[in-house]
Design a protein. Structure first.
Length: 82
């Protein structure tokens, strides 16, 4: 998608991180921002385990240099009915 050594656009990184988190944490309600490889994740997840998975999942995306997790475990999330 891009040549070696090129910076990925904020939009591309943001979109790929969002997709990765939606697939792996489908019950979450998260917002993702990316700026020069620094990804900030806010919102809510249902469990502490899900919260702890955010950073490693986001780091799997090429172009992510650092992850700032500001999300919280949200007790008011509706139960997942998948």
């Amino acid at each position: 998608m891009f040549r070696e050594g090129e910076e990925r656009s904020n939009r591309n990184v943001q979109s790929e991180v969002r997709s990765k988190l939606e697939v792996n944490l489908p019950t979450s309600q998260l917002a993702i921002q990316a700026n020069q490889g620094i990804v900030t994740v806010t919102g809510y997840v249902q469990t502490q385990d899900n919260l702890e998975r955010i950073e490693p999942l986001a780091r799997e995306i090429k172009g992510v240099r650092d992850v700032n997790v500001q999300a919280e475990v949200g007790p008011k999330l509706p139960p997942y009915k998948g």
